[in-house]
Design a protein around this ligand. Structure first.
Ligand code: SAH
Length: 361
């Protein structure tokens, strides 16, 4: 499994060299279209070095100590994710090809990016579709501490490499946290699907008058509280509410609670095209409920990370929700995933995160 194979046309002409994955619907993932390129240690070194080089400016930025280093197909390394949090690297090996080359990849990473330890978080469900077991643990070096601190434009976040979502943090929202910071001055903020407080801390940094974080996960909110304290914010400036966003938004409507900025950053509602309708209904529902809670001039900051829902559709769903709440407004910003999550030109599907900032009348 994961062996290097040649892809031939019916007439026997070679078109690519790929990793074979007999259990997956995607039977082979292309390593290279070059006729004479050999897939060996040197190949992985070149691809990893290129990914690092592309991010040179980001990696040298002391105010960006959390950064994605390798983003799978977009960096021509299908199935491989590498994120850096301070002195530690966290990897996901998500398909048979990179699984087979794991040792080589780890050895090259150690050499190219000096770090204290390399940790694996390959428990994503996609591995099952490749016939791979979920796996997690130290690959090399020191075990990371329970929380690794990253600095993001002066904001400090504790990241749990072993227990956090994905590899620990939502690095893809970097630019969007900056945007929320710039829009927050004097605003009362409702941060829905808050996780460890990413947007909430950015809002307070930008001068929000108060932030209410909502998440259904108690442990995530506990980490959020620790992160607010880490940044010197006091309990008067924020509060946490463990609740289901769908229910809480309705409760707030009953009690006529108003906010000046609401962030909706839900988990992926649609994993596949099949879940598409249910997901569309869920996005519309929260947009509609949130719109009803915004003060005049209020901002709705709404995201979808479902690859199956593209921007034009997301915009229509959001517009429907806002209009059904009896509100009007404009889109003042379009948002996407940060530049360390690039979109490969021949792989437009790697654009998955999209968001809108709407200002409501
Ligand atoms: N905005 C965050 C990331 C959000 S991830 C950041 O920038 O870091 C999605 C979060 O939604 C998770 O923390 C998960 O616990 C939470 N969640 C999922 N379904 C929920 C629901 N119905 N109500 C409240 N929170 C929910």
């Amino acid at each position: 499994m994961g062996e290097t194979v040649k892809i031939l046309t019916a007439s026997g002409q070679q078109i690519a060299v790929a990793a074979y994955s007999p259990n997956s619907q995607i039977r082979a993932r292309v390593w290279t279209f070059k006729q004479d390129e050999v897939v060996d240690e040197g190949f992985f070194r070149r691809r990893l070095a290129a990914a690092i080089k592309r991010r040179e400016a980001l990696l040298n930025d002391p105010q960006r100590t959390g950064c994605r280093i390798v983003y799978a197909e977009a960096d021509e390394l299908p199935g491989l994710i590498v994120d850096r949090y301070g002195d530690f690297l966290v990897c996901q090996f998500l398909c048979a090809g990179v699984e087979l080359w794991k040792e080589t990849i780890v050895a090259q990473l150690r050499d190219l990016l000096p770090c204290k330890g390399i940790y694996e978080r390959s428990e994503a469900a996609v591995r099952a579709r490749e016939g791979l077991e979920p796996t997690q643990g130290l690959l090399w070096g020191e075990e990371p501490p329970e929380l690794v601190e990253i600095n993001e434009r002066g904001r400090l976040y504790g990241v749990s490499i072993a227990h956090g979502h994905k590899t620990g943090f939502y690095l893809d929202q970097y630019d969007n946290r900056e945007l929320v910071r710039s829009l927050s001055k004097g605003r009362r903020v409702l941060n829905c699907f808050a996780y460890t407080g990413g947007f909430g801390i950015a809002a307070l940094q930008g001068g929000a008058s108060h932030v209410l974080n909502v998440d259904s996960s108690g442990p995530s909110l506990a980490l959020a509280a620790a992160n607010f304290a880490r940044n010197g914010f006091t309990p008067e400036q924020f509060s946490n509410r463990e609740a289901n966003v769908f229910e809480l938004l309705r409760e707030f409507k009953q009690s006529q609670e108003l906010f000046d900025l609401i962030v909706l950053d839900p988990p992926k509602f649609a994993e596949t095209k099949a879940q598409f309708k249910r997901a569309a209904r869920a996005y519309k529902d929260i947009a509609m409920q949130a719109a009803a809670l915004l003060s005049p001039g209020g901002l709705l900051v709404s995201f979808s990370c479902s690859g199956a829902i593209d921007l034009p559709l997301f915009q229509k769903i959001t517009a429907d929700g806002v209009l059904d709440a009896g509100r009007h407004g404009q889109i003042i910003h379009y948002m996407h995933q940060a530049q360390d999550h690039p979109v490969g030109l021949p792989f437009p599907e790697s654009l998955y995160l999209k968001g809108l900032v709407c200002m409501l009348d």
